[in-house]
Design a protein around this ligand. Sequence first.
Ligand SMILES: Nc1ncnc2c1ncn2[C@@H]1O[C@H](COP(=O)(O)OP(=O)(O)O)[C@@H](O)[C@H]1O
Ligand SMILES: N[C@@H](CC(=O)OP(=O)(O)O)C(=O)O
Length: 576
Amino acid sequence: MEASLRFRCVRTPCFCEIPRNLHFSRFSSLSFAASPCRPFLVAMENANMQTSFRLKSEKKRIEAVLGEEEEEEEEEERETDRHSSDEGELTCVMKFGGSSIASAERMREIAQLILSFPEEKPVIVLSAMGKTTNNLLLAGEKAVSCGVSNASEIQELSFIKDLHLRTVDELGVDRSVISAHLEELEQLLKGIAMMKELTLRTRDYLVSFGECMSTRIFAAYLNKIGVKARQYDAFNIGFITTDDFTNADILEATYPAVAKTLHGDWITDPAIPIVTGFLGKGWKSCAITTFGRGGSDLTATTIGKALGLQEIQVWKDVDGVLTCDPSIYPSAEPVPYLTFDEAAELAYFGAQVLHPQSMRPAREGDIPVRVKNSYNPKAPGTLITKTRDMSEALLTSIVLKPNVTMLDIVSTRMLGQVGFLAKVFSIFEDLGISVDVVATSEVSISLTLDPSKLWSRELIQQELDHVEEELEKIALVNLLQHRSIISLIGNVEYSSLILEKVFHVLRTIEVNVQMISQGASKVNISLIVNDSEAETCVKALHQAFFESDDLSELLILDSGSGNGSPSLSSVEFGPA
Ligand SMILES: Nc1ncnc2c1ncn2[C@@H]1O[C@H](COP(=O)(O)OP(=O)(O)O)[C@@H](O)[C@H]1O
Ligand SMILES: N[C@@H](CC(=O)OP(=O)(O)O)C(=O)O
């Protein structure tokens, strides 16, 4: 049994436990995990991994306790070193999305791709195979109304069974690696059919089958071809989250817990860790949670930060982050370099290529993220780092977020200006609704709301009705649906140049911008247009910024302005 030191936590009336197999002498700081659930003392391997608050007085007391244990500790360290192999440390995390592991053939290719980097000791994070998550959700929705006797016949269940059984057969892996999961999945669908309801908690449990099965199959295949691998369910190795089912946040306690398991297992018995993406465990409910669609990217960056790895690789089906969504405009080109801020903004404003929260751990740990194409591994991809040379950068990427709701809110002057803004935002806070883009004047405010954060359409309408009702107590409200946000990610130091070109293009195609906002992050300008016009705008803007050499108009206007803005000789339109 693992020994631990018990220590009374002075912040809350409870006892904290320090796992004894952490090597305190090597850690530069000790801090309390910011977890609200069960505060415990954690040791952090380097400054990048410190939690957001540190209590100096506790630190001293902890060190005193540790001092008494030092000798024993050193002996334990020597013991661990005797057991550790010559494999070296884990070096990077490689995440493969659903498109990269959609079939047995793709799994074989990914195994070869991993082995083609013999110098790397990777942690592998996998999503569900192909469209499995979508099929699980559809199966769940059908189960609600199909009746218990028909639940086994749901078409999507057959797709999922066929895909996974075909894959294990083709890879020559024993069916037993997933048979229990397939049986349990069928039982779950029958349960949903019986209850006639699919709660958010059940949805998360339902979709977890995708990642649980893909990782088991892949780990079994690696072992079969002689590459030692170990499968992990993220919810069992310390991915602790809030209980916001379908959209959970990772808590600080996750980092030390995950590091302890993955690092501990690696040094005692090295085997490539194969970890489920997208999944965590709610701290109160102890039930499986998910981080929102595309959440495996966040799993990968969290592991990167937890273990202090050298690099986080996110393998996709495109040549990196592109100048815009290739499904809107196929001539989009890869962007070679991005900062964490640019990538976060791009993801937040709807570029499906990265999960919106995924840049946070990478930024905090200052760990470079490389976005690569598993179908074209030789392509350089996109490297995302803390800073980059912006001197030649103007516009980097154009992102379209369709189907957003815009609200024009005009004060009825029952409240002063200060009270008005505060009241408006408190209404959104109370209703738990996220506001994206905001523009204000003295007595009015325009803003956009993001419906895609919720998985259920019905709920959105109910929520909007509620918002309108609340706001109408203090303001006149005009609700405008079917709007799109076009976000221009780039060097906002040159905002006048960018906007000049943007408005020239939009005037040419006769589109009126309904709202505009430049974020405090200084990497994003957002424009709101009608959904029906949005794709045309993106295509025209892409052509103007990334494919046109005709900058003469701007050149004339810019020359001799003497206002310190860059001359066009020093600024390039193109993926910088
Ligand atoms: N700016 C963009 N750059 C690259 N891909 C984008 C962009 N915007 C949207 N996409 C879409 O994101 C997809 C890759 O993300 P995702 O489907 O989450 O990959 P995976 O499932 O492999 O993790 C691409 O196939 C592309 O259609
Ligand atoms: N399977 C989950 C999580 C994920 O990250 O998927 P992907 O990496 O394929 O986008 C989803 O479809 O949302």
